[in-house]
Design a protein around this ligand. Structure first.
Ligand SMILES: O=C(O)CCC(=O)C(=O)O
Length: 268
């Protein structure tokens, strides 16, 4: 029964570019993830940012990245068998590396996140790379991530959008602008979103186009996204302002190099 369900979910991820996974974390593991975020909020890294609307002091959108080396709860989570084996089953990848963690906390009237896909923000490429975006609070369908079905199969790179105002970053050869008409032509169906309980997750391909609406509820929306690399992953310079900026942190590489495990640990 469970095997069949996982097989269906894996097919869904392959076909649609995303899949909703119920109760990935519960009990002590959910508490561990909540502790990790609290610890991050108390001691943000120099890369942390708040993309809140400056005219609205109530609204904020806190981000921070790549804190697993100093926040041990994050490392315990990304190596935990319940997450690793789920991703192994869903991606059917023979290898899995950890890329980075991303804490996202949206409170008050925290702003929406523009349509984008993650690949152009990352200096890694690969057909199966995924993020597991875990809700650490219950999130209503109208405040959760929304996905364009099948958009991971569009063979294009879209210019990253600035999270603070939704505008496209600089222009760069090889990257297209994801404006309304492009979105209309690529959306084969209505965007898909999910009602999430704390501990539910959505696993999505780094190439899947997604966005999130503003948090106009009176509840803080807390998520921890763990980003992984799968079979076929390589380093790439086809990136705009890499996030996290591993190149500016000292990672030297040539196009197509294999994944350096001293930067991105292998988890199986
Ligand atoms: O949480 C959000 O609002 C956006 C998150 C996102 O785009 C991502 O995790 O890739």
């Amino acid at each position: 029964m469970r095997e069949q369900q996982i097989r269906n979910m894996s097919e869904e991820l392959d076909r649609d570019g995303f899949v909703h996974c119920k109760q990935v974390l519960s009990g002590d593991l959910l508490a561990l993830a909540q502790e990790a975020v609290e610890s991050n909020l108390k001691k943000p890294s120099p890369m942390a940012a708040n993309y809140g609307d400056k005219t609205n002091p109530e609204g904020y959108f806190f981000h921070d990245f790549n804190n697993w080396r100093r926040i041990k709860q994050i490392e315990a989570l990304f190596r935990h068998d319940s997450i690793v084996s789920l991703l192994q089953d869903l991606t059917r990848s023979q290898k899995l590396w950890f890329f980075h963690d991303h804490v996202l906390v949206k409170g008050g009237q925290g702003p929406g996140t523009p349509w984008h896909h993650d690949r152009p923000y990352y200096l890694v490429d690969g057909p199966k790379n995924v993020s597991i975006w875990i809700a650490l609070t219950a999130i209503k369908k109208n405040h959760c991530l929304e996905f364009l079905r099948g958009s991971h199969k569009i063979a294009k790179l879209f210019m990253p959008a600035k999270f603070e105002n939704g505008s496209a970053m600089e222009s760069k050869e090889g990257f297209e602008i994801l404006n309304d008409s492009a979105l209309q032509s690529y959306a084969t169906s209505e965007p898909v979103c999910f009602e999430m309980e704390a501990g539910d997750a959505v696993v999505f391909n780094h190439k899947t186009i997604h966005r999130a609406p503003a948090n106009d509820s009176n509840r803080v929306r807390i998520a921890l996204s763990l980003r992984y690399l799968c079979d076929g992953a390589t380093l790439t310079k086809k990136v705009v302002n890499a996030t996290p900026p591993f190149d500016r942190m000292g990672l030297k590489f040539s196009e197509g190099d294999p994944i350096p495990e001293n930067w991105f640990p292998r988890v199986y």
